[in-house]
Design a protein. Structure first.
Length: 193
């Protein structure tokens, strides 16, 4: 018997119904990945965090009471998984040391993509992890500075100052992308490409 309503899918998945679990996954996987990708700023970390979010959600599903919308509940799990992934990476870097400076950044890969969404993603990737997390949590996900402070273990004032710095750095990065794109377009016209 196919189930299609969200509540039926949730109840079925909570009972261990694989088809219901799969249907929930297919319905919400793009949203989960999008939020963890924006926070993580890294494809590999985002994939790990998204997988961790789904594992946590499916384990916790029998306790889902429906006090909040399922999408909201799942979103919080995804944000927490992404933040935990960032903290884990920070701990590994403390032990192993920083990554090589030879790793290409978005600006090393050639001219900026003219599509705004890709330019924004590339600019977000260039922000330090802490700034990126605060910017995404506040400006994209709508968390308050108090909520961000609680999740990240910082003071609300730190969240506010990092948000200010992150926005300023994003403006600089995006202006640089626009200049790179303008330079590329003018060189194309000069060469006839």
């Amino acid at each position: 018997m196919p189930v299609s309503g969200e509540r039926e899918l949730i109840d079925g998945a909570a009972r261990g119904d694989r088809a219901a679990s799969r249907a929930l996954y297919e319905r919400y996987a793009p949203r989960v990945y999008a939020v963890v990708r924006r926070i993580a700023g890294d494809e590999d970390l985002a994939e790990d965090a998204a997988q961790e979010a789904w594992i946590r959600a499916l384990r916790a599903l029998p306790g889902f009471r429906g006090d909040a919308r399922f999408s909201t509940w799942l979103h919080r799990i995804a944000v927490n998984a992404a933040l935990q992934g960032l903290r884990g990476r920070e701990r590994r870097h403390e032990v192993q040391g920083p990554l090589s400076e030879d790793i290409p950044t978005p600006s090393d890969r050639g001219p900026a993509d003219p599509l705004a969404g890709r330019r924004l993603e590339a600019a977000l990737d260039r922000l330090p992890e802490g700034m990126r997390a605060i910017l995404v949590l506040h400006d994209v996900e709508g968390f308050t500075h108090g909520e961000i402070a609680e999740r990240l273990g910082v003071q609300p004032g730190t969240s506010k100052s990092q948000l200010f710095k992150a926005r300023a750095r994003m403006r600089l990065i995006l202006r640089g992308s626009e200049l790179d794109l303008a330079d590329h377009r003018s060189s194309d016209r000069e060469t006839g490409d």
